[in-house]
Ligand binder design. Structure first.
Ligand code: GLU
Length: 280
């Protein structure tokens, strides 16, 4: 049994992260398993390396001990290799659409915003010319057939990755997209229970498809509810949720805070993903 807490070092952790880390940590410990702190630091434009040390200090302050600290930036070769495999399978195509073009052309919204309408599919595009690579989801599904995955709370799910459209797997400005990197890492880290917030529930449909395409082991998932603020939106630093680092430096009692979260004592409540406004 192996779980992980996988923060991106692009901003400080807040109470919602503390709860996510506690859920992952406690599930591992209850099963005599291992708890991993994975640093998801491949977004070169947003990553702040100094935050990884802060994350460790935050978790230690809460009284959480981790067993391993894998780091995405040390694994770029594996993302590249998986991308090449998927290209060789004929499942990726280059795309050079801008966000604005996609927003203008999209005819539906998916879990991550406007769904890519497939503009570049079948186009003759020079792949050396700063492109993103998208997964041809219809072709991928045709190859794999129906897939299922299991969430500890929500139960068995039929995989519906098509709700995202043709997702980007290799980004223009980063070595891999979140979907590809997280899926490969969970396999490389031997994660058997993927714990994360309900805001990422839908992403698991895509991850299940990638596991099938790349022959990776299929974990179980545990998507936990999200801490919300007084307006019912999930906690976010940019909406004024104090950082764990500030609370730690102010001398607050970390283990007491962790105990309160474990006891269900949340400042404004907790919510299931579909009732939370996910807007950034
Ligand atoms: N790095 C992601 C985040 O900070 C979490 C990824 C995951 O748990 O799969 O939102």
């Amino acid at each position: 049994m192996r779980t992980r807490f996988a923060p991106s070092p692009n901003g400080p952790l807040h109470l919602g992260h503390a709860y996510a880390a506690i859920v992952a940590h406690d599930l591992a410990r209850a099963a005599g398993g291992r708890f991993l702190l994975r640093i998801e630091d491949i977004d070169g434009t947003r990553s702040r390396p100094e935050l990884a040390a802060e994350f460790r200090a935050d978790l230690a302050w809460l009284g959480l001990a981790w067993d391993e600290v894998p780091q995405q930036s040390l694994r770029l070769a594996s993302y590249h290799a998986a991308g090449e495999r998927l290209k060789a399978m004929g499942l990726l195509y280059p795309c050079r659409c801008t966000r604005a073009e996609i927003a203008a052309a999209a005819d539906r919204a998916g879990p991550d915003g406007p769904v890519y309408p497939g503009t570049c599919k079948g186009r003759d595009i020079d792949p050396t010319d700063g492109v993103a690579w998208r997964l041809d989801v219809a072709a991928a599904l045709a190859r794999c057939g129906p897939l299922q995955w299991g969430d500890a709370i929500a139960g068995v799910q039929q995989a519906r990755p098509e709700q995202f459209g043709d997702v980007v797997l290799l980004r223009k400005e980063a070595p891999a997209s979140y979907h590809l990197a997280a899926t490969l890492d969970d396999a490389a880290d031997g994660v058997t229970l993927v714990t994360r917030g309900l805001d990422l529930f839908a992403a698991s449909h895509v991850h299940r498809l990638l596991q099938a395409l790349l022959g990776l082991p299929v974990p179980r998932w545990h998507h936990h509810p999200l801490l919300v603020d007084a307006t019912g939106r999930k906690l976010a630093k940019r909406r004024g949720s104090p950082s764990l680092a500030d609370r730690r430096r102010a001398g607050e009692d970390g283990p007491a805070l962790a105990a309160a979260l474990r006891a269900g004592d949340f400042p404004a409540g907790i919510s299931l993903g579909d009732r939370v406004n996910m807007a950034a």
